[in-house]
Write a protein that binds this ligand. Structure first.
Ligand code: VAH
Length: 318
């Protein structure tokens, strides 16, 4: 990867991935793009930034050509809860944007990454240690776009030779950018609320296991996969990856080790609980480990310690 164009650069993953990649490849070699410019954001101020609406394929192609992009990291999409509230818009953005980005990659011979999700699985998928290759019949619009996206990316690889690669991300947890409208967002909100109010009301019920990952492991996974030897890739779109399978009570217990008075209670959101219930409890990521050396470094304890330390600084709480 030499010249990397990132869409959705101001979102939860993009805002950190742009900075992570600029540290590796150089500020001028990572072109951040998003549908709007937010002054002061590091991804806007520390290197090239362009306004790109992923539904405008001509504009995306022009920006990619202008910067001689050889890699496209396509992150622009709606997350699960928002997508369920706005299914038509979600299809337009998640599939229309993906198709446009793939066409740009095909025309300019770019390598291509876009994330899938554990949301690409559904109620008929085996829930424990979900295999890499298994039934994918999601019942959410988000999941439909993720399965469709996996199939479209594999098609572009087989039919046009585009070097497409992807991972099925679990819930991602970070202290930098708040997530926007995901089902797993409780696992981010809980740390903020623990510090600000000493308690948290979870919209996901106790005992609801989902795979999660700390953002540093997610960023490393993207770079490691994109730098992997293509000859060793049996799979491409998309690899199961995970770091931990957790539920709200486990997160609360870990927080209590740092804030003994912390309390959790529940006000379950039926929509997001229904989405969470349709997803795996835990996934098998052996294919990613074998084919490109994926290896998460943060477990729940390490992540919780780091999240609370970094958020105390960010929120200026002693
Ligand atoms: C969401 N954070 O909740 C995203 C992710 C596996 C969850 O896809 O929609």
């Amino acid at each position: 990867m030499k010249k990397i164009l990132v869409t959705g650069s101001l979102g939860q993953i993009g805002s950190e991935l742009v900075m992570h990649m600029r540290n590796i490849y150089g500020n001028d070699n990572v072109i951040a793009t998003d549908i709007r410019r937010i002054e002061g954001m590091p991804a806007v101020e520390s290197g090239p930034f362009e306004i790109v609406d992923v539904l405008d394929s001509k504009a995306m192609a022009e920006v990619a050509k202008k910067h001689n992009a050889d890699t496209i990291i396509h992150l622009a999409a709606l997350l699960s809860a928002v997508a369920e509230a706005k299914p038509v818009l979600a299809w337009e953005i998640n599939m229309g944007g993906l198709f446009n980005a793939l066409e740009v990659a095909r025309e300019l011979n770019c390598s291509f990454f876009t994330p899938s999700s554990i949301g690409a699985f559904g109620p008929s998928t085996p829930k424990v240690k979900t295999p890499q290759d298994t039934i994918q019949r999601p019942q959410t619009m988000y999941g439909v776009t993720k399965v469709s996206g996996e199939l479209l990316c594999d098609y572009y690889f087989k039919r046009f030779g585009v070097d497409t690669r992807g991972v099925r991300f679990p819930g991602l947890i970070s202290y930098e950018t708040l997530p926007g409208g995901g089902t797993t967002d409780y696992a981010v909100d809980i740390y903020y609320e623990a510090l600000k109010n000493g308690k948290y009301t979870s919209f996901i019920d106790k005992g609801t296991f989902m795979d999660m990952m700390y953002m540093p492991d997610a960023l490393n996974a993207i770079v490691t996969l994109m730098e992997a030897d293509p000859k060793k890739l049996i799979h491409r779109n998309a690899f199961n990856i995970t770091a931990m399978s957790i539920e709200p009570e486990m997160v609360a217990a870990e927080i209590k080790k740092h804030i003994p008075s912390f309390e959790i209670n529940y006000d379950v959101d039926p929509v997001r609980q229904g989405i969470a219930n349709s997803w795996p409890d835990s996934i098998d990521d052996s294919a990613a480990r074998e084919e490109w050396g994926f290896n998460a470094k943060y477990d729940l304890a390490l992540m919780s310690k780091d999240m609370l330390e970094k958020l105390r600084v960010k929120l200026n709480i002693k």
